[in-house]
Design a protein around this ligand. Structure first.
Ligand code: BT5
Length: 263
C-alpha cells in the first residue's frame, strides 16, 4: 500500500507512489522484491534505517536510525539501455538542485555517483539494472543522503563525509526528511521522463557535465579489471566519462575515480 502520492511537474495526472518503512535491510532490495509482483514504475521506497545498506561492488552504506534519507525508485525505462547511465546523472542533478534550493548547500558531483561538499561525501547513488528476455529492463536507483549526522559520528566511517546538519545547521525531523525525499523524487521523475527523447538526454548529460567536479582533473579510474590514468575531459551523451590518456581517448561507463590533485 502506498502511503503518499508524489506529483510530477509537467506531467499532469502522473503520480508516483511513496512507500515508507521504519526499517528494512536495503531499500534497493525491497524495490527489487516488488518487481516480482509486477508493479509499474514510479514505486518509491523510503526507509528511516537500513540494516544492510549497500554501495557499489558490495560495499556498505552506513546509517543510524533517524539520520538519513534512504530511498530507492523502481523504474521500467523504455529508452535504449546504452543511456541507462544517465539515470544516475539525472538523480545526481535532481538532488544537487533540491539541496541547493531548500538548504543553500552547494554540492559538486563526483563522477559517477557521489555528491560532495568540499570533498566530503554527503550522498551516494546506487543504480542496478535487471534485464529480462522479451521485456523492458528494470532499473532500481537508490540514494543515501546524510541529514542529521554530527562530525564525530561521520568520522567513524574513516572517509571524509558530511551531512545537511553540518553544512546548513538544519536538523531534519521525520516529516522534513519525507518532504525532502519527495521533492527529490519529483524533480528526478521530471528529468528521468525526459530521457525518453534525444533532446532530454542531451540536456541531462549537459546539466551533469556543468556540475561535475571531475571534468578537467587528472584522475585515476579504477575499473574491475583495469586502472587508467588520464585527464577527465568530458561526459558523453551516454553519461560515460571521457578520459584522455597518453595513448588515446577512452570512454569509461563505470568505475571508481580518484582525483589525483587538488582535493
Ligand atoms: C555509494 O556507493 O555511494 C552508493 C550508496 C547508495 C546507498 C543507497 S541508500 C538507499 C539504497 N539502498 C541501498 O542498499 N543502497 C542505496 P560507493 O560509491 O560504493 O560508496 C560506498 C562507500 O561510501 C563505502 O565503502 C564507505 O566508504 C562510504 N560510506 C558508507 N556510508 C557512508 C555515509 N553514510 N556517508 C558517506 N560515505 C559513506
Amino acid at each position: 500500500m502506498s502511503d503518499l502520492k508524489i506529483p510530477i511537474p509537467n506531467y499532469p495526472g502522473l503520480l508516483w507512489d511513496l512507500h515508507f518503512h521504519d526499517v528494512v535491510d536495503s531499500t534497493n532490495h525491497v524495490a527489487s522484491n516488488m518487481v516480482k509482483d509486477g508493479v509499474g514504475e514510479g514505486q518509491v521506497i523510503l526507509s528511516d534505517h537500513q540494516t544492510s545498506g549497500r554501495g557499489r561492488l558490495d560495499r556498505q552504506w552506513i546509517d543510524n536510525p533517524g539520520t538519513s534519507i534512504l530511498m530507492s525508485i523502481l523504474l521500467r525505462p523504455d529508452f535504449p539501455p546504452e543511456f541507462f547511465y544517465l539515470i544516475t546523472s539525472a538523480f545526481s542533478v535532481a538532488t544537487l538542485q533540491i539541496l541547493n534550493e531548500k538548504y543553500s548547500i552547494a554540492t559538486q558531483l563526483k563522477w559517477p555517483n557521489d555528491l560532495m561538499v568540499s570533498n566530503k561525501k554527503i550522498a551516494g547513488i546506487l543504480a542496478e539494472a535487471f534485464f529480462k528476455n522479451g521485456g523492458n529492463a528494470v532499473v532500481i536507483v537508490g540514494i543515501g543522503i546524510n541529514c542529521n549526522q554530527s562530525e564525530p559520528e561521520l568520522e567513524l566511517l574513516g572517509r571524509p563525509a558530511t551531512s545537511i546538519l553540518i553544512e546548513s545547521g538544519f536538523e531534519l525531523d521525520l516529516e522534513a526528511r519525507k518532504q525532502l525525499a519527495m521533492d527529490i523524487a519529483s524533480k528526478f521523475a521530471q528529468l528521468y521522463l525526459s530521457l525518453r527523447e534525444p533532446s532530454g538526454r542531451i540536456s541531462v548529460a549537459s546539466m551533469y557535465r556543468h556540475e561535475c567536479d571531475t571534468i578537467g582533473r587528472l584522475v585515476r579510474v579504477e575499473m574491475v579489471d583495469e586502472t587508467l590514468v588520464g585527464v577527465a575531459s568530458d561526459i558523453s551523451v551516454e553519461g560515460h566519462l571521457l578520459v584522455e590518456t597518453d595513448a588515446c581517448m577512452r570512454a569509461v561507463p563505470a568505475g571508481d575515480v580518484v582525483h589525483l590533485y587538488g582535493e
